[in-house]
Design a protein around this ligand. Structure first.
Ligand code: ADP
Ligand code: MG
Length: 302
């Protein structure tokens, strides 16, 4: 109750009652809210118009297309979105330390399906795929019979916590959020830029072909992070970090990677290829044995 009184009253948003703040960004606030008429629970992303430049404003319009059901215009943009109460993949990695290969596959395949849809059917590159922008539907609480996997502590007795993908069930559905940096790309079938008739120069076409590969790189980073609990590229100095990324300098650090399959490492190696021409496309991702055979094993069991 107290918390609610601290929530702002946004003009033009009377149809919704804000319940709690869910996310805090540089340009946006995200709230959990109810539609007072239908009682429907939603997420509302509030973006102050004044804080956006033209390019960002255009980006916001794209953000609305794939996911928002309704938009109200004022001093703020309000994006009414499907509420995803399971929280960020980021928090699930922190909570569990790292994911099993099976759970990582379960998650990454869903993210990849989202990317395939964006790349192949919508003609959009997301450009900001990361664990903070990957959101879960509510995750059921089931008392665990399996000790929490943790490299640092001794396995504890039953903590009464659901271990997704380990003790039966699964971690549930994952969805891609935050299209704030997304970009429309060249449509290879019709040879037109999506949406407009083209006077587009060849270097832009080439650029846009490459731009899909940025999502594949990010997919590789997410997969790496899920499997071991830390990102492939890290340095306290931004300059050194940038250099590591530019050179593709990462390792499968021992002991964390010792028990992870060669097949998973092979897939990551193809996603984290510095040369975008050699980097896996979304279709190559789905052809890789770690992804394909994982499905076969699962269906043979059930
Ligand atoms: P930003 O551009 O500030 O990163 P995001 O769209 O990524 O904005 O939203 C910020 C955070 O708000 C997300 O990381 C997530 O925690 C939360 N969030 C965003 N959209 C939703 C949603 N539809 N349901 C639940 N939480 C959300
Ligand atoms: Mg975000």
């Amino acid at each position: 109750r107290e918390q609610r009184s601290k929530l702002p009253n946004y003009p033009g948003l009377e149809r919704y009652r804000l319940l709690q703040k869910m996310g805090d960004g540089a340009f946006s606030n995200v709230y959990k809210a109810t539609n007072v008429v239908t009682n429907e629970k939603v997420a509302i992303k509030v973006v102050r118009k004044r804080e956006l430049n033209n390019a960002q404003e255009r980006h916001l319009h794209r953000d609305m297309k794939p996911r928002a059901t309704e938009v109200v215009f004022h001093d703020y943009y309000y994006l009414v979105l499907e509420l995803l109460e399971g929280g960020e993949l980021f928090h699930q990695i922190v909570r569990l330390t790292y994911f099993s290969e099976q759970l990582s596959r379960h998650v990454i395949v869903q993210v990849a399906e989202g990317i395939r849809y964006l790349h192949e059917e919508v003609g959009v590159v997301h450009r900001d795929i990361k664990p903070e922008n990957l959101l879960f539907e509510p995750i059921p609480f089931i008392p665990s019979k399996v000790p929490k996997p943790n490299l640092f502590d001794e396995p504890k007795e039953d903590e009464g916590e659901f271990i997704p993908g380990v003790g039966g069930g699964g971690i549930g559905k994952v969805k891609i959020a935050d299209f704030g940096l997304s970009k429309v790309v060249w449509n290879e079938q019709t040879m037109t830029p999506c949406g407009t008739v083209g006077y587009t120069a060849p270097e832009i076409v080439k650029d846009e072909r490459y731009s899909k590969s940025v999502d594949m790189w990010a997919l590789g980073c997410v997969l790496y992070t899920m499997l071991c609990g830390f990102p492939p590229f890290y340095d306290e100095s931004i300059r050194d970090l940038t250099e590591k990324v530019a050179k593709g300098q990462y390792t499968f650090l021992s002991p964390w990677w010792d028990s992870i399959s060669d097949s998973a490492k092979d897939l990551i190696t193809h996603l984290l290829s510095v040369d975008p021409n050699k980097r896996y496309t979304i279709n190559q991702f789905f052809e890789h044995p770690w992804v394909k055979d994982g499905f076969e094993v699962k269906s043979a069991v059930s």
